[in-house]
Write a protein that binds this ligand. Sequence first.
Ligand code: ZN
Length: 76
Amino acid sequence: MRRPIQDEFTGLAISRQRKYQLRKQRQGRCTECGEPAAQGSRCLKHLVKARERQRKKRGLKRRYYNTLSYRLEAAA
Ligand SMILES: [Zn+2]
């Protein structure tokens, strides 16, 4: 049987999902799919998904075109 991961997140009183995210973040990878992160905490695909999800949830009208996900999209 595989031994559980032992690192600084092991004993924390947080969910398995949050530990996964923290470990991915430490490795510079997307916190959702584990692909190499563009910049910040997610790959471009998930940056865009997170942005649109948050827009919807918060009912935002404006688009901040200078923000990271738009700039990376424009460059791609
Ligand atoms: Zn991703």
